[in-house]
Design a protein around this ligand. Structure first.
Ligand code: BGP
Length: 484
């Protein structure tokens, strides 16, 4: 049993949680810039109406009567961990660990401040050239997410965001601009981060009525078409590009052997995982889509040319995040799991993190084998890790054996899946450098192998420190996964 020689070991980040410099270099505002700490969980899926009657999805933007974004709120994403000014130092640290790949996203509003311009912001383009050049110095391959949970705020306010078909063109123009600009610097691309969460987390929202499903499925459809057109265009620009989908991979199990639970779990897989994967990997809607739409009386705007675009733009890679599994039941009175983004009922066989995320390495093996069997595409785990509260000791050390244990077991699970025939080509641990948590909007839920001195109130020097997991992961990479 061993990892292939060219296995892509590395780590992952997202611009809105990491980059900071939200007003520098000509960058426009993005939806995430108006997300206050801790508000994302409740507000991520809120559907709201603009004054002109258009329906948008996102947060209710905290504004005063004149329409200015309300001051006095804390916006951790504005600074992130300031990768914008620390990228040289950060990339040197990643290189020290022996990274082969670095997953990052490009901030859309840094390239198109409003989102509907024809000409890109040259300063924005230049920033990412500098990052890619720095990565190249150390032979680190960039893996770029084109849209990681952010759209320019202007597009939300003036077009209603993804409820509007026009978004397809704005997105494709953005993607094409990146493909042309970086065609010799970037080979691996992901179109949308965790595209399936639009549907997956809808039931957690207070507004999960038929109208919310109607909006969510429609927005998803436009995103699928946008993704497929981008894949197609990308291949015209550089046939060597490897362009993937990115799915939030939460394995679910039935709680009991009651056939009703078995069926409910199967339906959960279809809605949460297979719906998006099938469209993006197979190029058409699966047969069960009809049932899902009927369930909520959904009627979609889907044209003939959309269907042909979906066919022409299937992805080259299936990538996904994996943190936890969940349990589905039709029975009442079972203990519900709380915590950010976790759902279902408690699994008595598993341990839970402080945020109630079930620690389940076997679930990763299960997912890898299930998905590979379904699509036969190369797979990549592009997010995995343990969110925990870390302590910076006086001597500048951070002892995080819990993180090492978590990663070790998940890496072992990947190795078994590879041994069972799965074509897994890479692994990027989430938040390899501490960053702002998406779910809690705070710094204190940390994933990094590198500690960043910054707290939930925004205090701290932003200095970087190597955690114990840094040295451990360095060894894992050096031994190509043998020394765990
Ligand atoms: C995924 C997102 C990431 C990331 C991660 C951890 O859903 O793609 O952006 O943040 O989850 O979640 P959290 O930050 O809530 O712990």
């Amino acid at each position: 049993m061993s990892f292939p020689k060219e296995f892509l070991w590395g780590g992952a980040t997202a611009a809105n949680q990491f980059e900071g410099a939200y007003k520098e270099g000509g960058r426009g505002l993005s939806m995430m810039d108006i997300t206050t700490a801790g508000s994302l969980d409740q507000s991520r899926l809120v559907t709201y109406k603009f004054e002109d009657g258009k329906v948008g999805r996102g947060k209710v933007i905290p504004k005063d009567a004149k329409g200015a974004v309300l001051p006095g709120q804390y916006y951790p994403n504005h600074i992130g961990v300031d990768f914008y000014h620390h990228y040289k130092e950060d990339i040197a640290l990643l290189a020290d660990m022996g990274f082969k790949v670095f997953r990052m996203s490009i901030s859309w509003s840094r390239i198109f401040p409003h989102g509907d311009e024809i000409q890109p912001n040259q300063k924005g383009l230049a920033f990412y050239h500098s990052v890619f050049q720095e990565l190249k110095k150390y032979d680190i391959e960039p893996l770029v997410t084109i849209s990681h949970y952010e759209t320019p705020l202007y597009l939300e306010e003036h077009y209603g965001g993804w409820s509007n078909r026009k978004m397809i063109d704005f997105y494709v123009h953005f993607a094409k601009t990146l493909f042309k600009e970086y065609k010799n610097e970037v080979k691996y691309w992901l179109t949308f981060n965790e595209i399936n969460t639009t549907i997956m987390f809808l039931e957690l929202s207070q507004e999960s009525n038929d109208q919310a499903y109607q909006n969510a499925y429609q927005q998803l459809h436009y995103q699928y078409v946008a993704s497929a057109k981008a894949v197609y265009e990308g291949h015209q620009i550089n046939s060597q590009f490897e362009i993937g989908c990115m799915i939030c991979g939460i394995v679910s199990y039935p709680l009991t052997s009651d056939p009703k639970d078995i069926l409910a779990n199967r339906y959960a897989w279809e809605k949460n995982i297979f719906y998006s994967g099938d469209v993006q990997c197979k190029g058409s809607y699966p047969s069960f889509a009809k049932r899902l739409w009927q369930e909520h009386h959904v009627e979609l705007d889907i044209t003939e040319s959309d269907l042909s675009d979906l066919k022409k733009g299937t992805v080259d890679l299936y990538t996904f995040s994996y943190y936890m599994s969940s349990v589905i039941t039709t029975h009442d009175n079972d203990e519900k799991v709380g915590g950010n983004f976790s759902m279902g009922v408690k699994n008595p066989y598993l341990n839970y993190s402080q945020w109630q995320w079930a620690d389940d390495p076997l679930g990763l093996q299960y997912y890898l084998e299930m998905i590979y069997d379904r699509y036969h595409l190369p797979l990549m785990v592009v997010e995995n890790g343990l969110g925990a509260i870390d302590k910076l000791e006086k001597d500048g050390k951070v002892h995080d054996p819990y993180r090492i244990d978590y990663m070790r077991e998940h890496i072992k699970a990947m190795e078994v899946a590879i041994d069972h025939g799965v074509n897994l080509i890479g692994y990027t641990s989430w938040g390899c450098i501490d960053l702002v948590s998406a779910g809690t909007g705070q710094m204190s839920k940390r994933y990094g192998l590198i500690y960043v001195d910054r707290d939930d109130q925004g205090n701290g020097t932003l200095a970087r420190y190597k955690k114990d997991s840094f040295y451990w992961y360095k060894n894992v990479i050096h031994s190509n996964g043998q020394d765990l």
